[in-house]
Design a protein around this ligand. Structure first.
Ligand SMILES: *Cc1c(COP(=O)(O)O)cnc(C)c1O
Length: 463
């Protein structure tokens, strides 16, 4: 039996896995951050298993050439970071322990409570916030909006969690530049994507126009809304004025959800914490961990200050084996997932290993490097910086005639990404095809900026 053999040789299997991992990690600097894999031969299900040793070899043979340094210093796609060494330790141990992160009686819940407390301090949020881990910022936004939906129901005397949506009058979400996952959450929650009311942004910005918002609120007296604030838009890392939104939220009796998926890490830096001013007044807050915290997928946090309402939405009623949801605290009664991985442990490891200062350094360093790249781009006549580099994202395009822009941007991006040196992603900003470089990896240095810039210069077609 392969299984019993593998049990005997677990130590050797871990050793082989460790060797594979070390070799891979020491090569991340040279390995392409991204490869476009169109197709791969599929692997069929074996009747008799191969055992761990041969399976690792087969994995290497089948996928070895397709592997990429997504965890490396020049993966600048989306806004996803890498994995710190201590986070990797914690993640390995998470799988070794295989604890159910929702079991309130085990050490798991204590670790999660402890790490949520540490994160609350890191972010400077008040004690009233209950924090919990979910699988990503999409799920955190979903969780926040589920609570907001329940709250809107309460304003109309309807308990949506118990009686469903049919008795509530339309639920509207007000936002200027919400992330796509807000719309996805609205769809999943039965609010409906068409119930997003897009409030204009300030000219040349992605930050909500407060006058336009207040005008809308004043025009709908007596109605409560869900306001979604962006704390870091993905194209230009613009922030809504959260403190002003908090004032409007109180004045017009609204729910304020802050999507701070990666922008929440501005709190780690003395220079940028002010961008989040007022977020402590929010009702619910999303922060992603697999972004600037540099822990492995999939981890994010939802912070909210209405535990009774949260329990009314996410409780497991009548599940005797889970205990009385009102008598003892159980994470599974506060979030969508029941059983789940102990995602808090890699976070615990990385926070203990690098502390507040470590994260201040990562954030400040990434912003400094992004601004350096932004300075190069701004000074290059063939390119056009589309917004000031506010934090960690550089958004730029080619300075060509409008009719040629789309094709020119696609061509340049393809050359950049095929170089094997760096990976960036495509976007549209202010009606223009554009490229984004998002720097949130702890490993990125000045040398990486120089390597990328030298590579890009070779690809530019000058007039
Ligand atoms: C990345 C991101 C999300 C979605 O996060 P996932 O982890 O991919 O689910 C939501 N909001 C913002 C602002 C983001 O940057």
């Amino acid at each position: 039996m392969r299984l019993t053999d593998d049990l005997k040789y677990t130590d050797q299997l871990l050793q082989l896995t460790k060797e594979f991992s070390s070799k891979f990690l020491s090569a991340t600097d040279k390995l392409a951050p991204h490869k476009e894999i169109r197709s791969l031969p599929s692997v069929s299900l074996p009747v008799a298993g191969l055992g761990g040793v041969a399976t690792l070899e087969k994995f290497r043979q089948h996928y070895g050439d397709a592997l990429t340094a997504a965890t490396g210093p020049r993966y600048w796609g989306f806004v996803t970071g890498g994995v710190t060494p201590a986070a990797l330790m914690g993640d390995w141990i998470t799988s070794v322990l295989d604890l159910n992160g929702s079991n309130s009686g085990s050490v798991a819940a204590h670790i999660e409570k402890d790490v949520v407390e540490q994160l609350r301090k890191l972010f400077g949020l008040p004690e009233q916030f209950l924090g919990a881990f979910v699988s990503g910022a999409t799920m955190a936004n979903f969780t926040g909006l589920a609570m907001a939906r329940q709250w809107i129901g309460e304003q109309q005397g309807v308990n949506i969690a118990a009686d469903g949506l049919s008795a509530v009058k339309d639920i509207k979400v007000l936002a200027a530049v919400p992330h796509s996952s807000i719309l996805k959450s609205m769809s999943m929650l039965g609010i409906g994507r068409n119930n997003l009311v897009r409030i204009p942004a300030i000219p040349n910005r992605e930050s909500i126009d407060l006058h336009a918002l207040e005008y809308y609120l004043r025009e709908h007296p007596g109605q409560s809304f869900i306001i979604v604030a962006s704390a870091g838009t993905v194209n230009t890392v613009d922030f809504d004025d959260i403190a002003a939104l908090a004032v409007l939220k109180k004045k017009y009796n609204c729910w304020l959800h802050v999507d701070a998926a990666f922008g929440g890490f501005a709190a780690c830096s003395e220079d940028f914490a002010h961008l989040l001013q007022g977020w402590e007044e929010a009702d619910s807050i999303t922060v992603d961990a697999h972004k600037w915290l540099n822990v492995p997928y999939d981890a994010a946090m939802i912070f909210a200050r209405h535990p009774a309402l949260q329990l009314s939405v996410f409780q497991n009623p009548g599940a005797a084996y889970l205990g009385d949801p009102f008598a003892s605290f159980h994470y599974s009664n506060y979030i969508p997932e029941n059983s789940r991985r102990l995602r808090a442990l890699p976070v615990w490891f990385t926070l203990q290993a690098y502390g507040q200062e470590g994260y201040r350094y990562i954030v400040d360093n990434n912003v400094r490097l992004a601004r350096k790249l932004g300075t190069y781009i701004a000074a290059e006549p063939a390119l056009k910086l589309l917004a000031p580099v506010r934090l960690c994202v550089v958004c730029f395009t080619l300075d060509v005639a409008a009719a040629e822009q789309e094709a020119a941007v696609d061509g340049l991006l393809e050359r950049i990404n095929n170089s094997g040196v760096v990976y960036m992603t495509r976007t549209v900003y202010a009606g223009q095809a554009a490229i984004r470089a998002a720097l949130v990896n702890w490993r990125t240095t000045d040398k990486d900026i120089e390597i990328v810039w030298a590579t890009m210069q070779k690809m530019l077609i000058r007039k």
